[in-house]
Design a binder for this molecule. Sequence first.
Ligand SMILES: C[S@@+](CC[C@H](N)C(=O)[O-])C[C@H]1O[C@@H](n2cnc3c(N)ncnc32)[C@H](O)[C@@H]1O
Length: 233
Amino acid sequence: MTVNWHERYKEQAGWTRQTREYLLSKVDFALPKKVLDVGCGTGALFPDFEKSNLTGVDIDHGNLRVAIKGDTKKDLVQGDGYHLPFSTGSYDVVFCHYVLLWVRQPILFLEEMKRVLKPGGCLLLFAESDYQARIDTPEVQKQIGNLQNASLEKQGVDLETGRKLAGYLEQIGCTKIMTGVVGGEWDRSTRSATLEQQVLRSDLQKIGVEDIMSSDQAGSLTYIPTFYAMAYR
Ligand SMILES: C[S@@+](CC[C@H](N)C(=O)[O-])C[C@H]1O[C@@H](n2cnc3c(N)ncnc32)[C@H](O)[C@@H]1O
């Protein structure tokens, strides 16, 4: 199953837009500023930072190529989040969005994000899922959810990433830590399940499950809590 990742990232950015606006309104200095998007992917969050001096960094050339096509004004750099190719203390705001889930050593990764922040700069973890706390209903959907979690664990994902964000920020010595959960609502009349189905099928194929029942049958629901956190250097 091929997943249209660019569309998927844009969809996720849509779900978390209100939370980002809320968090950016809480930053205790005036924006726009010098901002770094770590693991920027295909640039789904770039439209939020039209007025900022934004740099996007990602390890994946393919994602960066898509980002470049969509926004030639942004400064895009290929690089590894564990070894950011930037000077210490060079950004006012450093953020990531759905990235820590895929990172095996989140503390090292976050320490590096903090390193490139100016003293007093703001670290924003806009959205990280907590698959361990997922709610799937009815029973058949629960079974599909368990299979997806098994696949994610096989892919190296820590299913409890979301709930650990504030603790991570404490461990790396940040101050003024705030955390919470992204709100959710579902418009069942207009919602398209296509992209979610693509992701689910792709995850299940990774553990050899080829044929799943529709996960969007009447009355079914999947909710994966998504946490955010912010703090200062
Ligand atoms: C799920 S995507 C999210 C992309 C984007 N932040 C968004 O929300 O649309 C995760 C991104 O993190 C990037 N990534 C994973 N490990 C990385 C690393 N060590 N350094 C830099 N980028 C990394 C991946 O290449 C991918 O583009």
